[in-house]
Design a protein around this ligand. Structure first.
Ligand code: HEC
Length: 107
């Protein structure tokens, strides 16, 4: 009986952790879909995609670059050559998910 409160607390902690991990996985998957739709014309958004435009770094390279902060990614998305980024379809939520996806391939 003494173990019970601890066990319950651990169960709650484990569930909370699993929920957050699931949320991140969902956001990354949604971000990949969005990236394939909005970004793949120029960037290689996944390993299995051939490089589309020389000047646009593959997302894996961006993910591996310690200088590429979240704020930097947002700023890049909002400046040329990213005219599509001004489309109302690319919402704040979509940008957040794309960033989660880019982070998820960073390793
Ligand atoms: C029309 C082609 C095009 C599309 C579509 C495009 N990009 Fe880019 N992107 C570029 C080019 C070209 C550069 C390099 C710009 C430079 O070096 O000034 C770039 C640079 C970037 C950078 C800065 C990368 C770095 O090397 O640090 C980020 C971040 C980025 N793009 C994200 C995105 C995201 C996210 C999307 C989709 C929502 C997207 N881009 C769609 C062409 C594109």
């Amino acid at each position: 009986m003494k173990m019970r409160p601890i066990g319950a607390a651990m169960a709650v902690a484990l569930c909370a952790g699993a929920g957050a991990a699931q949320e991140a996985a969902d956001a990354a998957a949604a971000g990949r879909d969005l990236a394939e739709r909005w970004c793949a014309a120029c960037h290689a958004v996944a390993d299995d995609q051939p490089v589309a435009a020389d000047a646009a770094r593959p997302f894996a390279a961006i993910a591996a670059d310690p200088a590429a902060t979240d704020a930097g990614l947002r700023a890049a998305m909002a400046t040329p050559p990213h005219p599509a980024m001004t489309d109302p379809g690319l919402t704040e939520d979509a940008m957040r998910k794309i960033i989660v996806y880019i982070r998820s391939i960073g390793g």
